[in-house]
Design a binder for this molecule. Structure first.
Ligand code: AMP
Ligand code: GLY
Length: 432
């Protein structure tokens, strides 16, 4: 079977490594992939947003199954275009991917169907937003409507910061068209949980829960990033919380999308906050999370391709999806300076015995060597019987890998371990 995976980061590397476990898979093409993914797939220099070229490649190479992983091509309709060519795909069509593509859509959906989320107002006029902020509660959470590389959320502790945020998004257009509308919402508190779920539009199967670490620095300080590390499972996500989320959030979301004539098929990502009033949705993503996937898929015992095909063909209810009871930790090694300015082009040295622990995100091949080419460079994952061992092992692998200007957080899993021991002194306050 010939598979095509659209995307080129650590998440895509994790998906590709898992797909390769199926003996029926003969070839995997990554569009565009990266210098590290090249060890596990044929990388084709077609960008993830170049939809006509992606479709052309799939047609010419007789691709049997396609996985569209990143948000941009999903929102732009890559799945619609591939399906129109008769190519079966994993991922939602554009009309369902809007659940991530427009925060205004997502918030209005939740309001209409009674799905718990932060209270909010929508603005398309900066003047009206500024008037509203005069009496809005602080901190204010200001979100650009559209996709913004995970950077479109600004938390303003003061009125002045809130006014600046509105100006940055709507008047300076820091996120371009994505900021033509904004959502201003209530500030929630509580531990955060990421839950990715397979859904074929009828059945929904949550994967093992995880915890992201979004801020650049230790103890959740510094700028927001794409994610500096993850652990799974998330100790805050107890069976009781899971049951409540299924009943009040997951299934209502699937039903709401159907009722809107936008059935969602693929991986639906729930960014949740466990507030004192119960779990609430912070964000939906229409795809696998990055770097959540780098801890979730290594714990999947079922065959990924089989599950993905069951989603595509609408028979998830009869497809077993099993996760091991183990724990995983992924530490992201970045180029120092990320998420702002950083240098690239440094040679990466990974001991041979660790290559199966490494998901390559931002690296290129140069003169036969792997060199740094992005902010997030590698995701280094360990799986072990306990979270404590997984964290320890992940850091021991990180210490054996080297490149100039490498930076990583030292505290991935620290909060989860404290919570698991029942002594998280920060529980009740916001993480990440
Ligand atoms: P998002 O890109 O929507 O996941 O937002 C990025 C981060 O901002 C989240 O992971 C939260 O830590 C934080 N955040 C977003 N919305 C809220 C909110 N309403 N209250 C508190 N924190 C929030
Ligand atoms: N790790 C958060 C995301 O994938 O959006």
């Amino acid at each position: 079977m010939k598979i095509m995976v659209v995307g080129g980061g650590g998440r895509e590397h994790a998906i590709i490594k898992k797909l390769r476990e199926n003996p029926a898979v003969t070839e995997i093409y990554a569009l565009p992939g990266n210098g590290g993914i090249a060890a596990d797939a044929v990388c084709v220099p077609i960008g993830a947003k170049e939809i006509p070229s992606i479709v052309g490649f799939a047609r010419e190479n007789k691709i049997d199954y396609a996985v569209v992983a990143p948000d941009d091509p999903l929102v732009l309709g890559a799945v619609n275009a591939l399906e129109a060519e008769g190519i079966p795909c994993f991922g939602p069509r554009a009309e369902a991917a809007i659940i991530e593509g427009s925060k205004v859509f997502a918030k209005n959906l939740m309001k209409k169907y009674g799905i718990p989320t932060a209270a909010y107002e929508v603005f398309d006029d900066p003047e009206a937003a500024l008037v509203y902020l005069e009496s809005a509660p602080l901190p204010a959470v200001i979100k650009a409507d559209g996709l913004a590389l995970g950077k479109g959320v600004l938390i303003a502790p003061t009125k002045e910061a809130a006014r600046d945020a509105v100006k940055t998004i709507m008047q300076d257009k820091a996120f371009g068209k994505s900021g033509e509308k904004i959502v201003i919402e209530e500030f929630l508190t509580g531990p955060e949980v990421s839950v990715l779920a397979f859904t074929d539009g009828r059945t929904l199967v949550p994967m093992v829960s995880s915890m992201d670490h979004k801020r650049a620095g230790d103890n959740d300080t510094g700028l927001n990033t794409g994610g500096m590390g993850t652990v799974a499972p998330n100790p805050y996500y107890t069976d009781e919380v899971a049951a409540r989320c299924m009943e009040t959030i997951f299934l209502p979301t699937v039903r709401a999308m159907n009722a809107e004539g936008r059935p969602f098929k693929g991986c639906l990502y729930f960014g949740l906050m466990l507030t004192p009033d119960g779990p609430k949705v912070i964000e939906y993503n229409c795809r696998f999370g990055d770097p959540e996937t780098q801890v979730v898929l290594p714990l999947l015992e079922s065959d990924l391709l089989t599950v993905m095909q069951a989603v595509t063909e609408g028979r998830l209810s009869s497809c077993p999806v099993k996760f091991s009871g183990k724990s995983a930790c992924c530490v992201i090694m970045t180029s120092a300076g990320y998420p702002e300015k950083y240098e690239k082009g440094f040679v990466i040295t990974i001991p041979k015995e660790l290559t199966d622990k490494v998901y390559v995100a931002g690296a290129a091949e140069k003169d036969g060597k792997l060199v740094t080419a992005g902010g997030r460079v590698l995701g280094v994952t360990a799986v072990a019987d306990t979270l404590e061992e997984a964290v320890r092992d992940a850091y021991s692998y990180v210490n054996a890998i080297s490149f100039e200007n490498a930076f990583w957080r030292q505290d991935i899993g620290k909060r989860a371990l404290a919570a698991a021991r029942g002594c998280d002194e920060t529980a009740g306050s916001r993480s990440g």
